[in-house]
Design a protein around this ligand. Structure first.
Ligand code: MN
Length: 260
C-alpha cells in the first residue's frame, strides 16, 4: 500500500481531480414506487411531516418526520430481500460488511436500445461486446445498466405500466448467471424502479435479477440517475444503506467518484 494514499486521495478531491457524481433521485411524495398486483402487500410512498419550522412548535429549529418503504426511490437491495438469499449470514442492511459499500462500477450503455424497445433485455452477448471495447468486468464490481430511464420525468412514463404489466428494460436471466459465476460481480444496478425488467414476472426464474443476485449473496441498486455522466469503467461507487436492523434494503444516497 503506497504511503500517504489517503492523503493523495484527499489532495485529489481538493484539487478537483476527482469529481463526485450524485446517482440519486430526489425523494418526495411524487417519487415513483413499485406497483404490485392487489393480492400482494404494498409499499408506502415517501411522506414528510413537519414537526416544527422556527415556530411555536420549535422556535429555533426545523425538522420533519418521514415515512417510506425500504425500497423507495434510489435504494439498495440486500440479499435478505429475496427468498433465495434469506439464509446467508450478514445478509441484511445492518450486517453486510461495510467494505462492501465501496466498489468499482462498469457501466453498460443500453440507452439507444431502450429508447427503441422498452422491453429491451441486456444479454451476455452485449456485455461481451462491451468487454471487447473496455476490458474485462472487474471482480467485485457493480454492473450498471444505463437506459436513460431516469430522464423520464413523468412517473407514469417511468413506471410504464400497462394492463399486462410494466414495460421497462432490464437484464436477461442468462446474463445474470454469467455475471455472478464468471465475473463475480458485487451487484447489479438499474435506472428503473426495480432491478428486474418490467415483464420479469414471466421469466424463468421469475424476477431473475432478484433471484440470482440475492441467491448468490449479491446486491442491487434501483432508481439510479446520472449514469450518462459515468465512464464505462473507472468510477468508484459509495452505496451504504441505512443501518436498519434486519432491513431488506434502504433508500440510499448513491455517489460515484470519477477521475476529472
Ligand atoms: Mn428493491
Amino acid at each position: 500500500m503506497p504511503e500517504g494514499i489517503l492523503a493523495q486521495f484527499a489532495a485529489a478531491l481538493a484539487a478537483g481531480a476527482i469529481r463526485v457524481i450524485d446517482l440519486s433521485q430526489p425523494l418526495d411524495g411524487t417519487t415513483p414506487i413499485i406497483q404490485l398486483p392487489p393480492e400482494f402487500g404494498t409499499t408506502w410512498p415517501f411522506q414528510l411531516q413537519e414537526i416544527s419550522r422556527y415556530d411555536s412548535r420549535g422556535p429555533a429549529w426545523y425538522w420533519n418526520n418521514f415515512a417510506c418503504g425500504e425500497h423507495t426511490g434510489t435504494h439498495f437491495d440486500a440479499p435478505i430481500h429475496w427468498v433465495t438469499g434469506k439464509d446467508y449470514r450478514a445478509n441484511a442492511t445492518d450486517t453486510i460488511p461495510a467494505e462492501k459499500f465501496l466498489a468499482p462500477a462498469c457501466v453498460i450503455d443500453a440507452s439507444r436500445e431502450a429508447a427503441a424497445d422498452p422491453d429491451f433485455l441486456l444479454t451476455r452477448q452485449h456485455v461481451e461486446a462491451w468487454e471487447r471495447a473496455h476490458g474485462r468486468i472487474d471482480r467485485g464490481a457493480w454492473v450498471l445498466m444505463r437506459t436513460d430511464w431516469s430522464k423520464r420525468g413523468d412517473p407514469s412514463a417511468f413506471l410504464n405500466a400497462r394492463e399486462d404489466g410494466a414495460h421497462v428494460p432490464g437484464p436477461h436471466p442468462d446474463l445474470l448467471r454469467f455475471l455472478v459465476q464468471e465475473r463475480d460481480i458485487v451487484g447489479w444496478g438499474s435506472e428503473a424502479v426495480g432491478t428486474d425488467a418490467g415483464q420479469a414476472f414471466r421469466f424463468d426464474p421469475p424476477f431473475p435479477c432478484h433471484s440470482t443476485m440475492h441467491g448468490n449473496n449479491r446486491f442491487g441498486l434501483a432508481s439510479l440517475a446520472n449514469l450518462d455522466q459515468l465512464p464505462p469503467k473507472g468510477a468508484v461507487l459509495i452505496t451504504p444503506p441505512l443501518k436498519i436492523v434486519n432491513g431488506s434494503g434502504s433508500p440510499c444516497r448513491v455517489l460515484a467518484l470519477v477521475a476529472a
